[in-house]
Design a protein around this ligand. Sequence first.
Ligand code: LMR
Length: 398
Amino acid sequence: LFAAVEMAPRDPILGLNEQFNADTNPAKVNLGVGVYYDENGKLPLLRCVAEAEAQMQAAPKARGYLPIDGIAAYDQAVQGLVFGADSAAVREARVATVQALGGTGGLKIGADFLKRLSPDAQVLISDPSWENHRALFTNAGFKVSTYPYYDAEQRGIHVAGMLATLQAAAPGTIVVLHACCHNPTGYDLSAEQWAQVVEVVKARGLVAFLDMAYQGFGEGIAEDGAVVQQFLAAGLDFFVSTSFSKSFSLYGERVGALSVVCVSPEEAKRVLSQLKIVIRTNYSNPPTHGAQVVAMVLSTPALRAMWEEELAGMRLRIREMRQALVAELKAAGVSQDLSFVTRQKGMFSYSGLNAAQMQRLRSEFGIYGVDSGRICVAALNGKNLKAVAAAMAAVIAG
Ligand code: LMR
C-alpha cells in the first residue's frame, strides 16, 4: 500500500526544531520558530496563566465535551479583544466566533468554509509570507498567488505594488493580510497605508482574511488591532484568525479562534452553522484547558491587568534585543547600516541574509534561523547575543 509514498520534505519552520534538537553543539541557538524565550533562554509560564490554573485546580471539574464552537465565555472574550469591548458589530451579534486549534486552526476552518462557499476563488498571500499560508490554502484546494510586499532595496514594503495587484484581482479573491507584526519581514503597513488597502478591498469586492497571531507584540494590544477597526468602519464582511500561542505563551495548548464579521445577525447565525460543520467533520470539538485559562484571564480584571503587563514586558524585551543586536553586529565589525532591524515589529527580523548564509549559520555555528533569512529576535538574550552577532558577522563577511 505504501510502496509509492514519497518522502515529504521537512517543514521549513517546525522541521528546524527537529534538526535543532538533534544538534549536539552545546552552543546552539534556536532562532527558527516564532517562540518567545525570556532573558534566561526559558520558555515563560506567564504568572497570569499560573494564577488562573491554580484557581482552576482549587475547584477541579470533570471535562465533558465542549460545544462544537468552543467555550461561549472564551468566544466572547476573543470578540472583546479583537473587535473592542464596545464594538457595534459584536453588540449587534454580527460576528460568528469559534474556538480553534491555535491561529493555524482558525485559518484552516476559514479556508475550508471559503472553499465550500467560493470554490473557484483565488487566494493572494504576501510575498513573502508565513511559509504555512501557501501550504494551508493550497491544501484546502485553492490556487494561491502572491501580492508584492517586501521591498528589499528600501528595506520596507512595496505598497504601490501591493495595491496594484489588489486592484487587478478578480472580485471574490481572498486576500490574506497580516494584521500586525508581519511574518516573516517585521514590516507593518502604516494606518494610512492600511486605509488604502481597505479601500481597494471594498472597491474590488475582495475577501479580507486577517491573520492576527502576534497581537500585543508590535505597539500594544489596541494599536496592533487597529486595522480591525478600519475594516469594521468600512462596513465590510471579513475574517480574523486569532492566536494566543505567543501572547499567552501557551503554544502547546493550541488556543486560537476564527471570527467572521457578517452584515446581519441572521447571516452570522448561518455562517456559524457552517463553521460548526467544518469543525465537527475535522476534529469534532475543541479541547478545554487552554481556552478556559485564556477566558478566565481575559475576563478577570486583576488577571487581565497582570497579562497586559507581562505581554508589555515581552514586547519591550524584544525591542531591547533589536537595539542590542544592531549594536553587537556593529561591534563585531559589520559596517553596513542595520538600523532597519529596530524598525521591524514583532518577534521576527528579516535579516537580509540569504539561504546559503543561513545554512552556514546552522552548520558552522549551530545558529538556527529560517532559510528566508528570518530570525526570531524573541529568542535572543544577553547570554547568546554576542555569539549570534559574531556568527552573523562572519557569514556576512563571506
Ligand atoms: C512561526 O512562524 O515560526 C510560528 O508561527 C510557528 C509556526 O507554526 O510556524
